[in-house]
Ligand binder design. Structure first.
Ligand SMILES: C[S@@+](CC[C@H](N)C(=O)[O-])C[C@H]1O[C@@H](n2cnc3c(N)ncnc32)[C@H](O)[C@@H]1O
Length: 221
């Protein structure tokens, strides 16, 4: 399910600040050579995340789901010289590809790659983080969120990707049989419902690409 008309999205991309040529190289290589290339966040989402990072002056970032390094590099381009991106992935082969691309960028030194299961690695990291991007296995989304919330800096935010899951999160009656829900749909519904019902969190779910949930700790005014 395409959330936004392709021509509208292309126009938005044409008018937005975008990731660098180095990111384009990762995108092009991944789309031509790597299985699962649809997992890349792409230009529109990368531009929006860059805007968010700049708007909160983020310096310490945690990413769950490195893949071939596109989103990590796009984020590194939007934090200061002494900023750090800690990015976690379980797949050594895609991460070694990512590292080769990062080495060719002047922003690559900001990225620290951590190999292993996100659930094991997060508790070993030093808080706080200004920004957490959750884009790894959907099964563990809810646990990634619960681990990340206490690690946020006072103005920190969490972005969770793919929360519309091609529209499959809608009630079954709203879907064509061809788009019948799969195993991950339940995990994504779980995290969406948790945020919606959790009074200590402020969440905004946006229909950008495959759905992005922006989450922060709710301050009381
Ligand atoms: C959607 S891709 C990440 C895409 C990347 N953020 C980008 O846009 O360039 C998801 C990644 O999560 C990784 N992954 C899956 N299970 C994981 C786990 N338990 N812990 C850490 N990473 C995991 C996969 O190996 C895969 O590379």
């Amino acid at each position: 399910m395409q959330m936004v008309d392709k021509k509208i999205e292309d126009y938005c991309i044409a008018k937005s600040n975008l990731p660098s040529k180095e990111c384009d190289r990762i995108e092009d290589y991944t789309r031509s050579n790597v299985h699962g290339s649809q997992m890349l966040i792409g230009k529109m989402e990368a531009s929006f995340i860059g805007f968010l990072l700049r708007s909160i002056s983020a310096k310490r970032v945690l990413e769950l789901g490195t893949f071939t390094g596109y989103s990590a590099l796009a984020m590194a381009e939007n934090i200061p010289e002494d900023g750090e991106i800690f990015t976690v992935d379980i797949n050594e082969s895609t991460v070694s590809l990512a590292q080769k691309f990062w080495n060719q960028s002047k922003h690559g030194h900001k990225i620290k790659s951590l190999i292993g299961n996100g659930l094991d690695i997060i508790p070993t990291l030093k808080a706080p983080f200004d920004f957490v991007f959750i884009d790894a296995d959907k099964r563990n989304y809810i646990d990634y969120l619960k681990l990340a919330v206490p690690m946020l800096s006072p103005t920190g935010m969490i972005v969770i990707d793919n929360v519309l899951w091609s529209g499959k999160v809608l009630p079954d009656t709203e879907l064509d049989m061809s788009e019948h829900r799969d195993r991950n749909t339940e995990f994504i519904r779980l995290v969406n419902d948790y945020i919606a019902g959790e009074p200590t969190l402020y969440g905004t779910l946006l229909p950008i690409r495959d759905g992005m949930f922006l989450v922060t700790k709710k301050a009381t005014f």
